[in-house]
Design a binder for this molecule. Structure first.
Ligand code: ZN
Ligand code: MN
Ligand code: MN
Length: 315
């Protein structure tokens, strides 16, 4: 068995460079922003970079395991007409860009109703997603990501995601769900205990359904259960913990998905360390070509060498 696991990688130096970065980590999936996520501005993709990106995705075997994430500023549920229109424009653009790049999935945040209530936010969001899908004819799937329970946020409860999916039923082949473990935990789904994980996945199946699940964001949480705070932590070092991730990764639906880490990079650990922890906690022995990649990487950057020696080599 092979896992499809990787981190969110930078597109610095050209979008195709993201594929090299993913490959250097020995990752088997990856996620990008197609532009700076902290602004509204963007430039068109350069045709030569698009060609290189597609060529590298093929060559390194990433086809079907590449994820694009919407920038942070758009709020597709906004009651403000100006913000809403700009957000819809961004969604249409990102859908086009993902299509150009041959990317399978575009993950979107569900935004904030800004105090107007879920139903008002839902109207906006459904209108945005259906308009974008009507205007852009390509193979990219829009994935609704569960949110962390921040004030006024949309889609932190699975019931809300169910209501959104219901409203998009005529687009069922172009819609899916991205499940983020840190967001679920922050929203009150206890992924740190075996009872809690069982409850969470039962609820997920009951209200959403695993057939809609296309991508998983694996992040630990820096704050406690139901904190409503969206702050990610290294795998096993937050409140979900190693035990929680063992339980999450023992789910047979989860383990098949592209598993994307949006974990920090700091003195405690780098990206490769978190990738290795997922293989370890899933109990899946990495194939020899991936081990070789990791050894090459650790030669140049030994930060996570201890994880390799203490966990991976002892599997
Ligand atoms: Zn996200
Ligand atoms: Mn996420
Ligand atoms: Mn987050």
């Amino acid at each position: 068995m092979i896992l499809h696991v990787g981190v969110h990688v930078s597109i610095g130096g050209g979008v195709d460079k993201a594929v090299d970065r993913a490959y250097n980590y020995g990752s088997t999936a990856f996620q990008i922003f197609t532009r700076n996520p902290r602004g509204w501005m963007y430039k068109p993709l350069k045709p030569d970079e698009v060609t290189l990106f597609r060529e590298k995705v093929k060559r390194f075997g990433y086809d079907g395991y590449v994820v694009s994430h919407m920038p942070y500023l758009p709020n597709l549920s906004s009651p403000d007409d100006n913000i809403y229109q700009k957000s819809l424009d961004s969604l249409i653009n990102e859908l086009n860009r993902a299509g150009e790049l041959g990317i399978s999935y575009l993950v979107i945040h569900l935004g904030s109703h800004m105090g107007k209530g879920f139903e008002k936010g839902k109207e906006r969001l459904l209108n945005a997603v259906s308009t974008a899908l009507d205007m852009v004819d390509n193979d990219v799937m829009i994935l609704l990501e569960n949110m962390a329970g921040q004030r006024n946020s949309m889609g932190s409860r699975f019931e809300e995601i169910q209501a959104l999916l219901d409203g998009l039923s005529s687009y069922s082949d172009r819609i899916g769900v991205c499940f983020d473990t840190a967001h679920a935990f922050a929203a009150g789904y206890d992924l740190s205990t075996s009872k809690g994980v069982e409850y969470t996945f039962n609820e997920f199946e009951e209200y959403i359904g695993f057939k809609w699940l296309k991508v998983v964001h694996l992040n630990d949480s820096r704050y406690e259960l139901a904190s409503g705070r969206d702050v990610h932590e290294h795998i096993g070092l937050g409140y979900i913990g190693e035990k929680g991730f063992r339980l999450i990764l023992s789910n047979k639906e989860i383990i098949k998905m592209p598993l994307i880490l949006e974990t920090p990079v700091d003195k405690k650990r780098g990206d490769l360390g978190n990738i290795m922890m997922i293989w370890y906690l899933a109990g899946v022995k990495p194939p020899i070509n991936i081990l070789k990649k990791w050894e090459e990487y650790l030669e140049k950057d030994p930060q996570d060498k201890e994880i390799y020696e203490n966990y991976i080599l002892k599997m």
